[in-house]
Structures are given as C-alpha cells and as structure tokens.
Ligand binder design. Structure first.
Ligand code: ADP
Ligand code: MG
Length: 813
C-alpha cells in the first residue's frame, strides 16, 4: 500500500489584524501546526479550502473575484490566491509543502459526502454564507474544453439577485441591512439566507416594530439600536421547541428590553418568519439545481444525495426539517438524501488534493515521455546547420560518395517559358497511387494544361516482388490507359515521375540508388529505371513510347508551381515521404561538368541523419519504428517527418504509455499491437480543432481502442507532439535550403517561392503553419512564399518533358 499524507488548511474566523497579513498568517499557522504534529521534515501536498468566489482555470489556481462574508483584505481581489499562499509558504524555510488544490468549501463538502455515498452530486453550505456546487455535464460548460463527463460547478449562488432579480421579494429590512453591510448591493441572496445576516434582520424588524409601538411598550433600548447585537445563535435559541420562550425572555432582557409574555411570543414569531424564509429560499434554489440534474440525465424520477454543511443548517432547531419539507414539495420527482458532511471542508480538500496528486504524478510521467519531442530553438538551429553541412558534402566531389544527403543532379536546367505545347504522357510512381496521365499543354494566349488520368493499384506482392514483375505491371497499366483513352497508335513523349533517389547522367537516364517508402522490388537498385521501362515495353511489344525524362516528384512539383510563379525555385514534398529539390548554381555542383547557369538538385534529404548526425534527437520510439521498417537505419529524417511514419511513432508512444499504466487502463489491446493501424490521417482528424473529445473517442473506438475521456485527451497530446516535431524538423531543413539560396544569390534579403505537394502538408490541420513559422524563425532573412502544387507529379512531369523536347528540338536544328 502506498500512503499519502495530506494537509488541509481551513480558515473561517480570523481577527482583523490577522486578516491583514492573511497569507503570511496562514503560513505561520501551518508552520505551527506542523511543528506540533512533528511534520516539519516531511514534504507534504496541501489542499487549500478557500470559500470565496474564485475563477479557476485549473485545480491549483484561483483568482479571487470578490471578497464576501466579513472578509475584506486589500490587494487580494483579482489575484491568484494559490500563488500568494505559495509565496508566503516559501518564506518559511522550515516547512516544505506544495499547494496542489484550491477547493471551495461546497466542493469539499460534496467530495467528503461523495466518499461515503457515490450518489452525492450536490454540495450545499448554509452557514456564515451560503453556496452550492453540483456536477454539471461538460457539454454544457462552454468555458472548459471537452464534451465528455462532468465537472463540479461552484455556483456562487449567494450573488443571486445582484442584478435585481430578487427585488420584488426584498423587504425594507433587507435593503437596510444591505446598506449597512461591507458590500452593499452584493450577495443579495446570501443576505436573505445565511447566518451572518439572520440575526441582524430580526433586529431591524424588532426595532421598527418597537418604534411603531407594537413591542416593548414602544421603548427602544441602546442595545436594540446597535448593529450586530442579535446574532443567529440567538435566533436559534429563541426558536427552540421547549426552552424557546424562556430563552427569548432572557435574550431580550440582556438587550435591556422589558418583554411581556406577548412580546416574547411575537419576537419568536419574527424569528420563525425570518428563518423560514431563509429555508424556503434555499429550498427553492436547490430545487432549481435538482431539476437541472434530472433534466441532464433525462430522468423522470431521480434519486440523489446532497452533501451539506454549515452552522445554520446544523444548529438551528427547525431549519433542516423546513428545508427538506419544502424541497419535497417543490421537486416531487426527486428523492433526496441529505448527508451531513463529517470533517467538512478539510477532509474534502484532502480528498480533492489526493486526486490531484495522482493526476499530477501521471502528468509528470506523460510530460517525461513527450519531452524529447519538444525541440528547443537551439536544437532546431543545430539541425538546420547540420542539414546545411550535408547539402555541401553532397555537392562536393571529394565528399559526394560518402554523403548521406545525395544531392542528385536532375539535368533539369530550365523552367517552362510558356511556349511549351503538345500532348504528353506521364507516369507517376512512388506515391500512394500509381497513375498514368495524358497531359495537353497549350501555349500562347490560350495557355493551359489539361489532364486525364487513371489510378492503378500496385499490389503489395508486386511492390516487393521482382523488378521485372513491377515493370511489366506498369506497362500493363499503360496499355490499359492507352486503350481507355483510344491513343494506342500515337507515339507520345513520356515523362516518368519516379519518386525514389536516382543518380542521373542525363535527363532520360536514372539509376536507382535505393528503394524508400514501401517499395522493395528486387534487381532494381543500381539499374537504370528508363532502361527497365523500355525493356518492359519491348517485352510486351504492343506499343512504343518516347521516354524523354525521368523526373523526381519534388522536381515536378517545383516545375508545376514554376509554371505559374517564375520565382519558384524550390520543390518540397511532405506526403508519404519527404524530399526537397532546388535550383543550384552549376558552379557549385562539382559532380556535373560546366559552370554556367543552374540545374535542379534533388537533395533526397530523407536520408539526412543516416550517418548518425541527428541520433541525439531520435527517441526510443523513433528507433522502434526504424527497426520495424523495410529499410532499418535508412531515411532517418524521413522517418521522423513523413506521413508513412508519424502514425507509427504515435502507436509506439501509446504502447509505452499504456505499459506505464497511463492509458487505456494499462491494457494493450490486440489492435494497438498491429503495425500500421494508426494511420497519419488519424493524426489529422484527432488534432483538428473543431473535433470534440467525444469524436476523438469515436475515432479511437474505430481503431479498436476503448478510451476514456482522459485517454482521448492524452492521445491528442501525443499526436500533437509527434506532428509538431515533424513540422519543426522539416522547417529546420527547409531553412537550410532557403538560406543557401540566399547566399548563392548574394542578397541581403531573399524573396523565394516554394512549391509544395503532399497530403500531410495539405490536410494536416497544423503541419503547414508550424513548418512555415519554423522557416521564418530559422531563416529570418528570407521571405518564403509557399505555393500549393496541384498534381506536381503529373503536370510537372509533362512540363519537364515539354521543356526537354523543346530544348532537344532546338539542339537538333
Ligand atoms: P505521396 O506522397 O505518396 O505521393 P500523398 O502526398 O497523397 O502521396 O501522401 C500520402 C500520405 O499522406 C499517406 O501515406 C499518409 O501517410 C498521409 N495522409 C493521408 N491522409 C492524410 C491526412 N488526412 N492527413 C495527414 N496525412 C495524411
Ligand atoms: Mg506524391
């Protein structure tokens, strides 16, 4: 067993000068208390019952809205009382306590009673002040995020009527009492009910009656003229069943009044009227809460328990009975049990604190698991700088062979100039779908691009079968498409978007360096993919094609956006995988002859980190994802940033958190064990701001994950941690590229456009924004415009083919 010591501090009665140094005084009391109990060496959590209206945004924070009752310490209103207490406690070197929960006395009462009776869902105080709390449905609390479950609402109903709602009920005595109070115009309901005021109301009535000659032969005493001379304890005494009458006589005599027998009966009557009105009003307000609870639960009849505390309710001889009876009459459909709170606010505060303590421990472990995903700016700068260094290695002749970021020349040297025209075929392999496209480009004034495409599935056994099977399948798809479009006879120029790292020696030659993403067909690595395609076409011997260009999807994306915006010199993909290309000065590309003009470099930055340079920021979850992948040790940056892996990282974290008992009640379900179950599209759905927690739970349910409301909050946090890190890492990489472009141009400020494609970028609710913010942060001298590419891999391939064709024709002439 694990025992927790809790401290609860509860204060009600303080003298004026003590109140002035309120928090210092509380700290002193606490220190004394701990001294006498021999607790000084212990570090203890503290629950603080503070029974004034506070605005709470969390359990351990509460901004005092207004003093009520007889408190009036200056400088406290509008401040957080927990941090004030915390500061005062810090001055006491000798004690070590942690304020974990700020608890209203109503809540403490409800918790205390709820510990004994699970049905307890209302807390009621009728003492010095009056107040109530109850469990409201989260979906009705617009101030707090979340739709699931319930939260305790502290009504602060004492202020009921401050807007004039009770004006018809208030008597001249209520008005007079209010004017003489510390807070005129405030807490009007409380002033008709609570024990701080009942005696005074009785005094004001007796005074008026006496002045009108109705009591004591019209003789007013000084005592009767003195505020506060009749207290609620007197009212209680006068209303006692047996001794009531003699009590009354004695009390009136003490007030130097000389009551006759009739005076005493009349005064008793006045007391009854005042205390009954209080009980009736309280019953009416409580009836409103109970009706609401019943409606929330959509019940015709409801059984419930009200936890109750407060001197007036407990000690007045007839108050409780009256309250119960009137309540029964007002809400006949509720069977209410009243449970007196034992140990009251102190015990309740301790219970709330114990719960808070458990939650705080959970929170710490959750934060610890997610901490490695929070990359501070300095780390991101390091990532940017290493990326920059890797870009240089890839371009230099001596280091190129060892470089992880391969910086592959694409032999794409020019952007479209608008004179391109004709019909082209394009293939798109390397994305989620394999597609064949027919692209019609018009030039001149009717400049436009029209596209027709067909999507074909590539079955897993072909993706991971032999190279021949893969290319035969591709050619089969092309044949289908040509038939479908009725263009089999035309020998059209073709651009082949092949989104894997290829070493090119010309625009129509591309040797596959290595498969990435989900592909693993044999006998392809080290081969020229254009040759393989040509051979497959020859094997089929049914049609011929003029393969003009092999194109990376990043390049296609850049080209597509470049067609609209000549300033676009970078292409970025954030989809299944991640990659970037950009226009580099020929003189910097040592691996290609020539120093004039520019050439597009396909960075293949997904492999960034394969030499271990970002291992210090990889988490154990990243390593698990890597080990379970088709290409362990490869594409480390891609595995932290792209759609194929983000969901899998989330799944690894969820498994770990479940093992730690922080999620799904510690139970790892069958479905959570399945690799790939958590797709990246679920991150997008779960992180959507418009989604209520209930909907998050529904998504998890579909995945076979039975979650509580707390679970779904944690899952959402995990998703956000993973996708935010991805966007920031990607942004850091891109900052390196734009900064390189700026230095190449030798300008103070660079205006540049990045063409972007990829579902992660396009559909995730926060990825693109965070990526853009990170680039701004890490490349402050560059103004980067992001332009979404529409089907870069199709349109772009056709444009590149068209440009190549145009240049080729020019060359031939
Ligand atoms: P590709 O990069 O394969 O050409 P996409 O750009 O369409 O194709 O990216 C597909 C990848 O995007 C999928 O592998 C998946 O991981 C991810 N994805 C799919 N739907 C979403 C979504 N709603 N939000 C974020 N990512 C998604
Ligand atoms: Mg794509």
């Amino acid at each position: 067993m694990f025992a927790v010591h809790l401290l609860a501090f509860h204060f009600t009665k303080l003298k004026e000068d003590q109140i002035k140094k309120l928090f210092g005084y509380i700290a002193d009391c606490l220190s004394d208390f701990m001294e006498t109990r021999n607790l000084k060496q212990k570090k203890l959590p503290l629950g603080f019952t503070f029974s004034f209206p506070c605005k709470q945004t969390k359990l351990d924070e509460g901004v005092l809205l207004e003093w009520t009752k007889h408190f009036r310490v200056r400088g406290v209103q509008g401040t957080d009382v927990v941090s004030s207490l915390h500061r005062a406690l810090q001055k006491h070197q000798d004690i070590d306590v942690d304020v974990l929960a700020l608890v209203n006395d109503t809540v403490g009462t409800m918790m205390t009673c709820g510990y004994d009776d699970q049905r307890c869902e209302v807390g009621l105080i009728i003492g010095t002040g009056t107040n109530a709390c109850y469990m409201e449905e989260m979906r009705h609390i617009s101030l707090v995020e979340g739709d699931e479950g319930r939260m305790c609402i502290n009504t602060e109903w004492g202020a009921f009527g401050d807007d004039g709602a009770l004006d018809d009920l208030r008597t001249e005595f209520d008005r007079e009492l209010d004017l003489g109070s510390l807070n005129p115009g405030k807490q009007l309901f409380e002033k008709m009910i609570s024990s701080l005021y009942l005696g005074e109301l009785v005094r004001l009535i007796l005074l008026k009656m006496t002045k009108e000659g109705l009591l004591f032969n019209g003789k007013v005493s000084t005592a009767l003229l003195t505020k506060g001379k009749i207290e609620t304890k007197h009212v209680s005494a006068m209303e006692k069943y047996k001794e009531g009458l003699s009590n009354t006589r004695e009390i009136l005599r003490e007030l130097k009044l000389f009551p006759s027998e009739e005076d005493c009966v009349a005064v008793q009557h006045v007391c009854t009227i005042v205390s009954f009105r209080s009980a009736n009003l309280c019953a009416a307000a409580l009836a409103a809460i109970l009706t609401r609870l019943r409606d929330n639960k959509k019940l015709l009849r409801m059984r419930t328990t009200v936890g109750i505390d407060g001197g007036l309710y407990k000690t007045h001889p007839r108050y409780a009975k009256r309250l119960h009876k009137v309540l029964r009459r007002l809400v006949p459909t509720c069977d209410v049990r009243f449970l007196l709170s034992q140990g009251g606010s102190g015990r309740g505060a301790a219970l709330v604190t114990a719960v808070a303590l458990r939650l705080a421990a959970q929170r710490r472990r959750l934060d610890a698991a997610l901490a490695p995903f929070l990359l501070p700016p300095s780390t991101l700068q390091e990532v940017r700088d290493s990326m920059r260094a890797e870009l240089e290695y890839g371009l230099k002749r001596e280091t190129q062979a060892q470089a992880t970021v391969k910086m592959l020349p694409t032999y794409v040297c020019g952007m479209p100039d608008g004179t391109e025209k004709g019909k082209f075929l394009a293939l798109d392999l390397g994305g989620t779908n394999f597609r064949v496209l027919l692209v019609k480009i018009k030039s001149g004034r009717r400049r436009s691009v029209q596209m027709y495409n067909k999507i074909f599935a590539i079955p897993l056994e072909i993706m991971q079968g032999t190279g021949e099977e893969l290319f035969d399948h591709i050619v089969q798809c092309i044949a289908d498409f040509l038939d479908y479009m009725g263009i089999k006879g035309a020998r059209l120029p073709l651009g082949f978007t092949f989104s894997f790292p290829c070493r090119q020696a010309s625009i129509d030659k591309g040797t596959l360096v290595g498969w990435t993403k989900g592909f693993k067909a044999t006998d392809c690595e080290g081969e020229d993919v254009v040759d393989m395609l040509r051979e497959a076409i020859r094997r089929r011997n049914e049609f011929d094609l003029d393969i003009v260009a092999v194109v990376n999807d990043t390049v296609g994306t850049m080209m597509t956006c470049g067609y609209e915006d000549p300033n676009c010199e970078i292409g970025l993909i954030a989809g299944t995988g991640t990659n970037v290309c950009y226009m580099e000065d020929m003189k910097n590309i040592e691996t290609v002859e020539g120093n004039e003009g520019q050439m597009c470099i396909n960075t293949e930055w997904g492999a960034f980190g394969d030499n271990g340079c970002i291992d210090h920021i990889r988490t154990k979850y990243d390593r698990e994802v890597d080990e379970g992948s088709l290409n362990p040790g490869k594409q480390r940056y891609e595995k932290m940033t792209s759609g194929m892996y983000l969901g899998e990282i989330v799944r690894q974290i969820l498994i770990d958190l479940t093992k730690q008992g922080l999620l799904f009640r510690g139970h790892i379900s069958e479905s959570l064990r399945k690799r790939g179950i958590f797709e990246t599209k679920f991150l997008s759905q779960i992180e959507s701001d418009r989604l209520a927690l209930l909907q998050v739970r529904r998504i998890l349910q579909q995945l076979g994950l039975d979650s509580t409301c707390e679970d779904s909050i944690i899952v959402k946090e995990v998703c956000a941690a993973v996708s935010t890190r991805a966007a920031r890492l990607c942004g850091a990489g891109l900052a390196a590229v734009v900064e390189k472009k700026r230095q190449n141009r030798g300008v103070e400020r660079l205006q540049i456009t990045v063409g972007v494609d990829g579902t992660l970028y396009k559909l995730h609710p926060h990825f693109s924004r965070i990526l853009q913010e990170t680039v701004k942060e890490l490349a402050p001298q560059c103004d980067v415009t992001f332009m979404l590419s529409e089907d870069g891999s199709g349109k772009g391939a056709a444009l590149i083919t068209a440009v190549a064709k145009r240049l080729h024709n020019v060359g031939q002439k």
